[in-house]
Design a binder for this molecule. Structure first.
Ligand SMILES: [Zn+2]
Length: 638
């Protein structure tokens, strides 16, 4: 392989015009995120490679080198992206020297195939390059996903270049991108956003301004109704209203999140105030009325759509894993653009809940949609298949989520810290080494299981320098000491700023108390009205049937029960033992006449709540995040 040595960077969006810049030199050294990264390397990546081979994603490319190609395998024209997303993840593992030999062989094989299959004009797509394909390149912009494919190719190529110093994929990506810039200079837009983020990244990597210009064109071009499809309406594609005029996040959730993240990338490089205004307005509206408590986005299975304001059903939550990644991409870029801690709060909530639940504890099975409730008699979609997989599945016909997890988990170190002149900002708490051009920090913590964080300064500048610590939105009574001396821990805009001339060996202790919290929901959110959810730190909790002595649907938990819960360790995770009430069996009537007064349940039981992301690892059973409160037993006491 081509192997010039380059300084590894985080690859997590490098920017020129934002309020803060990513820190490239972060290494996660321990804790939950480290476990996830290791599981990604040892379990999810080998599994994904096996599934990609079995499903035909590799063969779809290699067949094109034959004089009489075998038919394309798979139902969708965008299956090359699953290879690209996997390559992007592999670039991090190969760059860090942690990939096993079969992983390197897979990388080499696929990169070699892409180089050979690419058309002389730069076009590359194993579905449309088939001479027997029913459609020709660029005939179907609404559903063809060709620019979406290019986007993931570019992101893999940039990761390989930054992390490994391998420029082969970058050459392939640049040839295709140049074709697109010349072909789409005047008109045309892809049905699935993604290429916008990627083109901005390609601009950052190559310095070619034409890619940034093209990304901005693709954002500006939406909203004309040009994307016609026989099933999906314009709002599915965010093509019914110009981006800056969208009243709310809408349509297909992953498309919406990717488009917003791409627009935020354009904002990061141009500072366009009209984009900033639209992005902030859309973000605030989403957080106020369209995000699940897990950070999940997308309420409707129909069209995989976001849904109305406050339309957030638990058992029918769609909350696709890819939409969780989309929200995190958008959140991080908004943080870079503005320095706002509120975006990192959402990033953290999504990461630990809506995202993490998408993968099984062993790293080889996936949810596509991530419901917040499973009923005891749940009718499983795959139940018709003999031995059908009742919970997470090994793979999908549309396998967008698994390789998205591969690449996202591989790059989590890029989302730990940021910097601006004279300051480093710690956005995420995890055991890590943080290196900027001016400062080295060693961070030790058991987060998210406990909120004690110790930061030890290594190298430091001689003059005064700011160490800026995120004050999570959920935290109260936070304290900070430097070398044992209490500091002002008042948060301003979500940040605690420590300014001084640091010396090697200085120790900062941040204590984020983590009491168990009870959360209600907005009164317009009918699906969970009157119910309560448990949370601790960034984690949302749920109860599975095997941890409750009564049906989880009859478990009634008061706020006092929650704040007095016992915090215990089980298999490395913090679980919550809650002394709760069992509501009397409900009336058999679907709509009983209400009594004058409702009473509290009297039977006391103890139930154990586990982190939501760990549910579904002990066989199919009922599960709830939102549980009844004593006042909602719905039956008059006898
Ligand atoms: Zn997906």
């Amino acid at each position: 392989m081509t192997s010039k040595q380059v300084k590894p960077t985080a690859g997590a969006v490098r920017t020129t015009a934002g309020a803060v810049r990513p820190v490239s030199g972060v290494r996660i050294t321990g804790g939950l995120l480290h476990d996830w990264r290791r599981r990604n390397s040892t379990a999810t990546i080998p599994h994904t490679i096996e599934q990609l081979r079995a499903a035909g994603n590799v063969a779809n490319l290699s067949r094109l080198l034959e004089p009489d190609p075998a038919p394309y395998r798979g139902r969708y024209p965008f299956l090359d992206t699953d290879l690209y997303k996997t390559l992007e993840g592999l670039a991090y593992d190969l760059g860090d020297g942690r990939a096993a030999e079969p992983v390197r062989e897979f990388y080499e094989e696929v990169v070699g195939l892409l180089e050979r299959v690419q058309a002389p004009d730069g076009y590359l797509n194993s579905f449309f390059q088939d001479p027997a394909a029913a459609r020709k390149p660029w005939e179907d912009l609404a559903w063809g996903h060709e620019l979406y494919n290019l986007g993931h190719l570019i992101q893999a190529a940039v990761a390989a270049h930054r992390r490994m110093g391998d420029d082969r994929l970058l050459r392939v990506a640049v040839r295709f991108a140049d074709l697109v810039v010349s072909r789409f200079g005047e008109a045309g837009v892809c049905g699935h956003p993604e290429v916008e983020m990627a083109l901005v990244e390609l601009f950052r990597e190559t310095g070619e301004r034409g890619y940034l210009t093209q990304a901005a064109r693709f954002v500006d071009r939406r909203g004309t109704g040009a994307l016609e499809h026989r099933i999906f309406p314009g709002d599915y594609f965010q093509d019914h209203v110009p981006f800056r005029e969208l009243p709310s996040v809408t349509g297909h959730a992953v498309r919406m999140g990717y488009l917003a993240a791409g627009a935020a990338d354009v904002l990061l490089e141009t500072g366009d105030p009209s984009l900033a205004g639209a992005l902030e307005r859309l973000w605030d509206d989403m957080v106020a009325a369209k995000l699940y408590i897990t950070g999940g986005l997308g309420s409707r299975h129909s069209d995989e759509a976001i849904g109305d304001r406050y339309e957030l059903p638990s058992e029918r939550a769609y909350s696709e894993t890819c939409a969780a990644i989309a929200v995190m991409q958008w959140a991080w870029r908004m943080f870079l653009a503005t320095g706002g801690a509120k975006y990192v709060d959402v990033f953290e909530r999504v990461l630990h809940n809506a995202y993490a639940v998408g993968l099984s504890a062993d790293g080889t099975a996936f949810f596509y949609d991530n419901p917040l409730q499973r009923r005891p008699d749940h009718e499983q979609r795959s139940g018709a298949e003999p031995g059908g997989e009742p919970l997470r599945r090994a793979w999908f016909g549309c396998p967008c989520c698994p390789p998205n997890i591969v690449r996202w988990t591989a790059q989590l170190a890029g989302y730990v810290a940021a910097e601006r002149d004279g300051a480093v900002l710690v956005a995420a708490y995890t055991a890590a080494r943080v290196e900027t051009s001016e400062l080295d920090l060693a961070m030790e913590t058991g987060y998210p299981w406990d909120g004690d964080v110790r930061l030890t300064v290594g190298r430091a500048p001689r003059e005064a320098y700011e160490l800026v610590l995120r004050h999570p939105g959920w935290a109260r009574d936070v304290t900070v000491t430097v070398n044992g001396e209490p500091q002002d821990a008042t948060a301003r805009d979500g940040w605690i700023t420590l300014r001084r001339a640091w010396a090697a060996g200085d120790e900062v202790r941040l204590r984020l108390p983590m009491p168990v919290r009870a959360h209600g929901s907005h009164p317009y959110l009918d699906a969970t009205r009157g119910a309560v959810a448990l949370a601790r730190g960034p984690l949302v909790y749920c109860v599975e049937q095997q941890d409750s002595p009564v049906p989880v649907d009859d478990l009634a938990v008061g706020v006092a029960d929650i704040v007095n819960a016992n915090i215990e360790r089980r298999d490395g995770a913090v679980v919550l033992r809650v002394a709760a009430g069992a509501a009397p069996p409900p009336s058999a009537e679907l709509y009983p006449e209400l009594p004058l007064e409702e009473t509290s349940p009297r039977v006391k039981v103890t139930a154990t709540f586990i982190p939501y992301f760990l549910w579904g690892n002990r066989g199919p059973q009922a599960m709830r995040i939102w549980v009844r409160t004593p006042a909602t037993n719905g039956k008059k006491a006898t």
